[in-house]
Write a protein that binds this ligand. Structure first.
Ligand SMILES: [Zn+2]
Length: 225
């Protein structure tokens, strides 16, 4: 496995690392972004740990390419705030429109260049999906009709077998969020596009573990491992 990295949005307050891992065999590309919202720390830590494990070869991919951007919104992460403007409303809202912010522009160019088969956006949210339909904590979100839907349902089943507490179980949500990176990846790149949301009230290490396990399910499903 070959590891590379490059700076995104270089010379701006958003400057951040993009990590690339290439398996020995050809295969699809999976793109993972965390930290679009700066206060969703569990998802950022999970992405950082995955990068560390991959760089140390504790975790390897055999096929294809894995792209990871652990901290998409550096200014917001430094302050541990969601970020203004909300980066997840600045991605192209249709094929004829453009990203309206420098970091979403940089990320969208990466999507266009690599055409990932899978796009995962790591987030955290309020509440537990097992207790209310109105909250997003412990959910996987995709767009209605996205090719990932049956796979997301299967991964949730597998994941819930190893989730000890029934209240922590994951559920699927279908939603088209205009201006989000997920919807841009689904509609403009035709990626299987999924948002992973853990509940930010759980213990940090629990959230990190759920995020890392979810990502590994998807990487395996995509055929990289
Ligand atoms: Zn978020």
């Amino acid at each position: 496995m070959l590891a590379q990295r490059q700076k995104l949005a270089k010379g701006t307050p958003y400057e951040t690392w993009l990590h690339l891992f290439h398996g020995k065999q050809p295969g699809p590309t999976v793109m993972i972004v965390a930290g679009i919202h700066g206060k969703e720390v569990g998802s950022i830590r999970a992405a950082q740990r995955l990068v560390k494990q991959l760089r140390n070869q504790e975790l390897t991919i055999n096929r294809g390419t894995l792209i990871i951007v652990p901290v998409a919104n550096q200014p917001a992460f430094k302050k541990r705030v969601r970020g203004k403007p909300d980066l997840n409303r600045t991605f192209p809202r249709s094929k004829s429109r453009k990203a309206t912010q420098e970091m979403s522009r940089a990320l969208f160019i990466i999507m266009q260049n690599y055409k990932p088969a899978w796009y995962l956006d790591l987030h955290e949210a309020n509440g537990l999906s097992s207790k209310s339909k109105d909250v997003l904590g412990q959910t996987l979100i995709t767009n209605p009709g996205n090719a990932s839907v049956p796979i997301v349902r299967r991964i949730i089943k597998q994941m819930n077998k190893i989730v000890n507490r029934p209240s922590h179980r994951f559920h699927i949500r279908l939603h088209k969020l205009k201006g989000s990176s997920r919807t841009a990846a689904a509609e403009s790149i035709h990626a299987k596009a999924v948002t992973v949301e853990t509940c930010w009230s759980l213990k940090m290490n629990t959230r990190i573990q759920y995020q890392m396990q979810m990502v590994q399910h998807f990487i395996r499903e995509a055929g990289l491992m």
